[in-house]
Design a binder for this molecule. Structure first.
Ligand code: C2E
Ligand code: CA
Ligand code: CA
Ligand code: CA
Length: 287
């Protein structure tokens, strides 16, 4: 199981609690990992439901501890959040991901892979809602984009619904500023938080992501399908992109396509990939 997790094929959520015991990673371990640059990234493709066209990738943090083994983000992100390390982690992730984006959309890669679509692909980054109060972090993100000549329009910042709504006034100020700078803004895990449809209209989001817990159960649960339908409908009426995450089979993809859901992400399309596997994935897929 751990080997599969290392390869990014399995997430903590896949493993029953019995078999996967959360690793005893301490704050000190995490601090050291940040210092030693041990947090890596995997990239999961995001495609258009109707055509299968590649639209972009979501960067997902991976921590392979030399002794403790694979520690899932669901464990170390909360650890970073509660111990004041999240902004440092976010900045490291962002620098790595932007370097990767610059590389994957470079002329050299485009020539090798033979696909111009790579020049315009989007990069989705997860931002802890706790960071919304930190203006310096967002200035740094803009700065890092400029240094690499990456347009903020190509960056999608994903925030979780509950967090984004916690302090609506601060959130609104930060999010509006980011939108004006050109960044795209996404509500992650939509449907899992408290009802905040009213807030959504006031906040300048460009995308809603339907949480995988609904998408993964769409085939068997009328309740899940009802949530998906209403989120897609809401997205349409607000003029937002709707993305379904956790798409694992063709039946679900067809269902989403019938509803005119815009984008899909999930194991059916690809697992989160280590950076060096992305060009090959692309070549195999196109051939
Ligand atoms: P998320 O942002 O909702 O990311 C989607 C999660 O679903 C990822 O888990 C991904 O590997 C998994 N996934 C994607 N497609 C499928 C599928 O078809 N089936 C199943 N079963 N799972 C699928 P992962 O990588 O373990 O990340 C868990 C969470 O950790 C993320 O949820 C996100 O909230 C957080 N996270 C990851 N990286 C970062 C980061 O750099 N910063 C922050 N703040 N949070 C992060
Ligand atoms: Ca996400
Ligand atoms: Ca999500
Ligand atoms: Ca999640």
């Amino acid at each position: 199981l751990h080997k599969a997790m290392e390869r990014g094929e399995v997430t903590a959520e896949d493993s029953p609690g019995e078999r996967y015991l959360p690793q005893e990673a301490s704050v000190e371990d995490l601090k050291q990992a940040l210092t030693l640059d041990q947090i890596h990234l995997a990239y999961q493709p995001k495609v258009r439901c109707r055509t299968g066209t590649l639209v972009g990738f979501e960067a997902l943090a991976r921590w392979q501890h030399p002794q403790l083994g694979f520690i899932p983000p669901d464990v170390f992100i909360p650890l970073a959040e509660t111990h004041g390390l999240i902004d440092r982690l976010t900045l490291q992730v962002i620098e790595k991901a932007l370097d990767w984006l610059a590389e994957i959309s470079s002329e050299a890669t485009v020539r090798r892979v033979g696909q111009h679509v790579l020049q315009d692909i989007l990069l989705s980054l997860n931002i802890s809602a706790r960071s919304l109060g930190n203006v310096a972090l967002f200035d740094a993100i803009l700065q890092r984009c400029r240094e690499r000549d990456i347009a903020p329009q190509r960056i999608v910042l994903e925030l979780t619904e509950t967090g984004a709504m916690q302090d609506a006034t601060t959130s609104l100020a930060t999010l509006t500023r980011l939108r004006l700078q050109g960044f795209q803004l996404s509500i992650d895990d939509f449907g899992t938080g408290y009802s905040s449809m009213v807030q959504l209209v006031r906040l300048p989001f460009t995308e809603i992501k339907i949480d995988k817990r609904f998408v993964m159960t769409a085939n068997d649960s009328e309740e899940s399908r009802a949530v998906i339908r209403s989120v897609v409908e809401l997205g349409r009426s607000l003029g937002l992109n709707t993305t379904a995450e956790g798409v694992e089979d063709g039946e679900t993809l067809n269902y989403l396509n019938d509803l005119q859901c815009d984008l899909a992400q999930g194991y059916l399309i690809a697992r989160p990939l280590p950076p060096d596997e992305v060009p090959d994935w692309f070549i195999i897929r196109e051939s």
